[in-house]
Design a protein around this ligand. Structure first.
Ligand code: ATR
Length: 269
């Protein structure tokens, strides 16, 4: 079968290496390539994909919402989020899914088995946060809290969550068992920590959906305080594994995928 990831920029995507490792581990002869589609060419998406005769593809920044008008069907979980990261092509029909949140939650459950009863705070209210909230809402019994810098962001939220300002969240931080940063603050060379961690309880697991760098400033600071930390690497691996499952019906070899990603990251450093 033939797969791809579309995005812009896409040169540094680890998805091809990660999926190739899975194909190899499962002795499949599938292919997975990275396709750079700048926004000005996005209207050609049908032609580009059809010419490649793909069976499915992933979508990354900045096209997760742009793809929606081109789909024949959207799965209900993805519809709640309003963003797509996986398309399955079946008899010429394009079916849209979102595996980001599910991927994150699958990994989180492994490091935090009692997730069901956890009190969780999400920082940020963009597309990534919504994906996590939708997936967490399906498992966690306590209402989710979401804190954001700009409160009008919640206007596009259908999910029921406790909406907080960043300063509300700072004040009541000790109430939470898990704090998850979904904002890009901390990515690449950005040294920002979006909220003060002064009131963090000692047991709280602090997480970031970013995995490059492996320890974002919020994770580094939390670790210094002695808190457990959890980055976004498993989320990346598991979203890919879930996409593969949607395309093929087969369970991916997540260990092989994770090893390939870690090796590649080491090579780049
Ligand atoms: P994504 O799809 O990755 O979630 P997004 O939809 O653009 O990206 O959302 C980015 C989120 O990070 C938003 O919640 C944004 O806050 P605003 O709604 O106030 O813009 C948040 N964010 C980005 N940089 C931030 C920073 N330096 N401090 C606080 N929040 C930040």
């Amino acid at each position: 079968m033939k797969f791809a990831v579309i995005g812009h920029p896409i040169d540094h995507s680890l998805s091809p290496i990660m999926h190739d490792a899975n194909f190899k581990a499962l002795k499949r002869d599938d292919t997975y390539e990275a396709l750079n589609i700048p926004p000005k060419h996005f209207h050609l998406i049908k032609e580009i994909i059809n010419e490649k005769q793909l069976d499915g593809f992933n979508i990354t920044i900045p096209h997760k919402e742009n793809i929606i008008p081109y789909l024949d069907e959207i799965d209900s979980h993805a519809e709640t989020i309003g963003a797509i990261n996986t398309v399955k092509i079946e008899n010429g029909r394009w079916l849209g899914y979102n595996t980001d949140g599910i991927g994150y939650v699958k990994g989180l459950q492994e490091v935090y088995p009692k997730l069901e009863n956890a009190k969780i705070l999400l920082i940020g209210a963009g597309g990534a946060s919504k994906g996590l909230a939708a997936a967490l809402n399906e498992i966690v019994t306590t209402p989710l809290a979401v804190a954001n810098r700009t409160m009008s962001r919640f206007d596009t939220w259908d999910l029921s969550v406790e909406q907080l300002t960043l300063s509300d969240a700072e004040k009541m931080l000790d109430r939470f068992d898990i704090v998850i940063n979904t904002t890009p603050a901390g990515m690449n060379k950005n040294k920002d920590v979006v909220i003060s961690l002064d009131n963090l309880a000692p047991h709280t697991l602090v997480s970031d959906i970013v995995y490059i760098p492996s320890k974002t400033p919020i994770l580094a600071l939390s670790e210094e305080k002695g808190n457990p930390i959890y980055n976004g690497l498993d989320m990346f691996v598991n979203q890919g594994a879930e996409s593969f499952k949607i395309w093929t019906g087969q369970t991916a070899d997540t260990e092989a995928m994770k090893t390939a990603v870690i090796e590649q990251l080491k090579r780049r450093n």
